[in-house]
Design a binder for this molecule. Structure first.
Ligand SMILES: Nc1ncnc2c1ncn2[C@@H]1O[C@H](COP(=O)(O)OP(=O)(O)OP(=O)(O)O)[C@@H](O)[C@H]1O
Ligand SMILES: [Mg+2]
Length: 344
């Protein structure tokens, strides 16, 4: 049977009239006549089955008709059983094709994650040497430097630092793609955690002419989190907020608290995100437009990892944004239980 043919009864077995003709119980003129009569009666509001019509017109005896109908039913039943078997086979075939495609896809994903992990580790070793020697030079441990030399080394150190960050992000990404993102959960004092994150974000804010504010209650109870990864998440959100806010704008980190949890909000007065694009920005390597890539830099990895880290904490990140007005990224974190306080 053709794969595309729909399984209607007419396809499975011939219609009753044709069957009777084929069995030699009726001739085709009688069939045409009976069909015409059936149509006329139906048009007059007296619908009847073909079998009834044939008996009524005396073309066939009821007993013969009953036997033919029974045969028709048996034929239909075995045709249906066949069709079922064919369908089951088709489903089995499709399922194994899909399973094979899925296996290939996850193999490919695994290869990609391994490739990124290997390359990142290979890049990290020489970069560690480069940074180490640049630092030795910069601190003048290898001899005094004039002003120009010092400035050049400083620029090289900053670039090497950026490369280091990129490599660290790639390593984190490869771990997350292999579901190997693990957390070291402990009780974390947000005041202690946030201060150095802000210090590190500040030079970029100053350079871009964006004001950085923080609203945080000093008596905030500790939360359960992986301190290093949470710092990284806040650094990424602040980095985005500063990057996508034009000069003169404002970026605020606000921590609000309710009975059992805190909510961390990073708000900006920047370019905003169209509502239909909000899902996309959490996809790895996804940036909202290619010209933005050139204008703002980055690889598009930040938010996908931010989301995975927050979700691994059992929380969820949400975004409220309006184009040209700004964006707020928020996520809640649970307070640590009383017996874990001070455990850091
Ligand atoms: N605060 C924001 N305001 C406006 N757009 C944003 C904001 N944060 C993220 N986006 C959009 O989401 C995209 C993805 O963000 P993400 O942090 O993943 O990547 P990135 O900042 O471009 O690069 P990376 O973080 O790897 O340096 C950004 O390129 C930008 O288009
Ligand atoms: Mg980013």
């Amino acid at each position: 049977m053709d794969e595309q043919t729909p399984l209607t009864p007419e396809v499975l077995v011939p219609r009753l009239g044709n069957q009777l003709v084929a069995m030699g119980l009726l001739n085709s003129e009688q069939l045409t006549q009976a069909l015409r009569y059936q149509r006329e009666q139906t048009a007059q509001g007296k619908p009847r089955l073909l079998g009834e019509t044939l008996v009524e017109l005396g073309f066939i005896e009821r007993r013969v008709l009953d036997r033919a109908v029974t045969e028709q039913i048996l034929l239909l039943r075995s045709a249906l059983e066949n069709a079922n078997r064919t369908l089951e086979l088709r489903v089995q075939q499709r399922t194994s094709e899909l399973e094979e495609a899925l296996r290939k896809l996850s193999e490919l994903n695994q290869l990609k994650a391994n490739f990124i992990a290997n390359i990142s580790h290979e890049l990290r070793t020489p970069l560690t040497h480069v940074r180490g020697y640049l630092e030795l030079l910069f601190t003048e441990a290898l001899g005094a430097l004039n002003e120009d030399q010092k400035k050049s080394i400083e620029v090289s150190l900053r670039s090497a630092g950026r490369l280091q960050n990129l490599i660290d992000d790639l390593i984190l990404f490869s771990l997350a793609s292999k579901d190997e993102l693990t957390l070291q959960l402990k009780s974390v004092d947000l005041n202690l955690l946030i201060a150095p994150v802000l210090t590190r974000a500040n030079p970029k804010a100053v350079e871009r002419g964006v004001k950085l504010f923080v609203e945080l209650d000093v008596s905030l109870p500790p939360v359960m989190a992986d301190a290093e990864k949470l710092s990284w998440v806040l650094a990424q959100l602040l980095d985005n907020a500063i990057k996508f806010t034009p000069r003169g704008g404002k970026v605020t980190l606000i921590v609000t608290q309710s009975e059992s949890m805190v909510t961390i909000n990073v708000s900006d007065t920047g370019i905003g995100i169209a509502p239909e694009k909000i899902r996309e920005i959490f996809e790895p390597f996804h940036q909202l437009d290619s010209s933005a890539t050139r204008r703002y830099g980055g690889t598009g990895l930040g938010l996908s990892l931010v989301r995975q880290i927050i979700e691994t904490h059992g929380s969820l990140i949400s975004v409220v944004s309006q184009l040209e007005q700004g964006s707020t990224f928020s996520f809640p974190l649970l307070f640590s239980r009383p017996n874990q306080i001070g455990n850091q």
